[in-house]
Design a protein around this ligand. Sequence first.
Ligand SMILES: [Zn+2]
Length: 132
Amino acid sequence: MDIEEMIKQAKQVAKNAWIPYADYMVGTVLVTANGKVYTGCNIQNKGIQAICSERVAFAKAISDGERAFKSILIIGKKSKDKFYKETLPCGYCREFMSEFCKPDFEIYTYDEEKNEVKKYTLQELLPHTFVF
Ligand SMILES: [Zn+2]
C-alpha cells in the first residue's frame, strides 16, 4: 500500500473518531509485515480510558492474530480545521508499539497544508524503551 492510499484511508477512518471531550480527530492506518491493513480512530471517554487511534488499529490486528508489523501512518486535526497536521504518537502508544514492533518499524506523519509526509522509525521516537 502506498502512502497516498494510506492517507486516503486514514482520512476516512478519522471521520469515525469519537471526540466529545477534546476536539482532535485522529486516523491511523497500520500495515502488517504481510501487507494486511488495519485502521483505527481515537475514542474518547468521560473517564480516563480514552484510546488512541494507533492502539485501536493495533488491537484490531492483534486480536486477528497479527504479530508482525511494517508501518503506520497517523493523521490528526481539530474537526473544524481545513488541513490535517503532523500528529505524532503519544508516549503510551510508542511504548505499546515497542511490544510488537522492531526498532525499524516505520511511522509516517502527514502535514496536509504543506503536503509533506515525514518518516520516522520507532527507534527514533522511542530510543530508550522500558525494560524489566
Ligand atoms: Zn497514543
